[in-house]
Design a binder for this molecule. Structure first.
Ligand code: BGC
Length: 343
């Protein structure tokens, strides 16, 4: 009898240890058993999102949860329909990467009617009672982009190319960029000659808008603050056509494979690396906790979404240029041979 009790307590401590320290897979299988997560994505067009999806799903599976994924191919209305459909399918929690931060408020409303909690992943859902927001510090991403470019080109004509205006991140980035540039603008050293937004974060739109800006200013653009690597690619293509690629520094974000190659080639000055495994794993764990009605102790801050203060977890982005590019390799984000190989 005593022996049996001892084994029982040993087993309890064993399990508790695994639960609190996030130990091995098999033991955790029980944690989220029966939990169904809906992952609603804007689109998979930008390289990072497949990583987000794959790492998120893997972690959720390890936690014993089932995940249904849908992406709306850049269509906000379709995303709302897909999310609604997942609620009908009985998900316990929805994780949403909104195409349109304002339109997605409807998803939160419908979900809450059915008692389904909503986690805004990477991009905030505006004007809603969304339950949790997990992202990187996007204002800091913008600051790191412009701060880097301003160190290279402390005087001259700047073109600021923002991301999709429907994405709250694009506005946070611009805010951070302006924080870095404003003192130099005030001193008359930097002139922002054009400010644009790339519709849907589309590289072709970035290309077109850069061509227009170059034409309008007789190619007298000294630096471009581009908000992600995809759009930086469009900017650099336009610069290249004017033999300006490599002469005009361009920023980016995401540490995409092509961007890392351009950094080595000297046509893109920098990128901002965001360790995707951190956001994906944190979000999968938080989704399971939300589904179970548990508190999220890591949400130590709040972010205002024009309706309420949303509990938030904001992770730290990293400024990367050719001197510390190995960060992305050491972190397992890219293979060395993929970045250093000739195109
Ligand atoms: C993300 C970026 C991404 C962009 C385009 C933003 O919301 O934070 O990492 O490059 O969307 O998909």
């Amino acid at each position: 009898m005593i022996g049996k009790i001892r084994i029982f307590f040993a087993a309890v401590f064993f399990m508790a240890g695994f639960m609190s320290y996030g130990g091995e897979n098999e033991r955790q299988q029980t944690v989220g058993d029966g939990i169904k997560i809906g992952l609603s994505m804007d689109s998979l067009r930008v390289e990072r999102w497949r990583k987000d999806r794959d790492i998120f799903m893997k972690r959720a599976k390890v936690l014993g949860a089932e995940v249904i994924v849908q992406h709306a191919d850049g269509d906000a209305r379709r995303q709302n329909e897909q999310a609604e459909n997942m609620i009908t399918q009985g998900v316990d929690v929805l994780v949403v990467i909104p195409k349109d931060g304002v339109a997605a408020a409807q998803i939160v409303e419908i979900a809450h009617k059915e008692g389904v909690k909503v986690l805004a992943y990477d991009r905030l859902i505006m004007k809603s009672d969304v339950d949790l927001y997990i992202s990187f510090d996007n204002e800091q991403v913008g600051y790191l982009q412009a701060e880097y470019i301003a160190r290279k080109i402390p005087k001259g004509n700047y073109f600021l190319l923002g991301g999709a205006p429907t994405d709250n991140n694009a506005h946070l980035l611009r805010k951070g960029q302006m924080r870095a540039l404003q003192p130099l603008i005030d001193r008359g050293e930097i002139r922002v000659v054009a400010k644009q937004w790339a519709i849907d974060w589309d590289a072709r739109d970035a290309l077109k808008k850069t061509e227009q800006v170059l034409t309008r200013h007789d190619n007298r653009i000294d630096a471009v603050v581009a908000s992600n690597d995809g759009t930086a690619g469009g900017v650099i293509q336009a610069l290249d056509a004017q033999k300006l690629a490599g002469k005009v520094p361009v920023s980016g974000q995401d540490a995409e494979k092509a961007a890392c190659q351009r950094i080595l080639a000297g046509t893109q000055a920098m990128t901002v690396y965001k360790p995707i495994h951190l956001i994906a794993i944190t979000a999968a764990e938080a989704a399971v906790a939300l589904a179970k009605g548990d508190a999220i102790p890591q949400a130590t801050q709040t972010v205002n979404n024009d309706k309420t203060e949303v509990p938030a977890i904001l992770l730290t982005p990293i400024q990367v240029d050719k001197d510390n590019l190995d960060v992305v390799i050491d972190d397992g984000f890219h293979k060395r041979e993929d970045i250093y190989k000739k195109k």
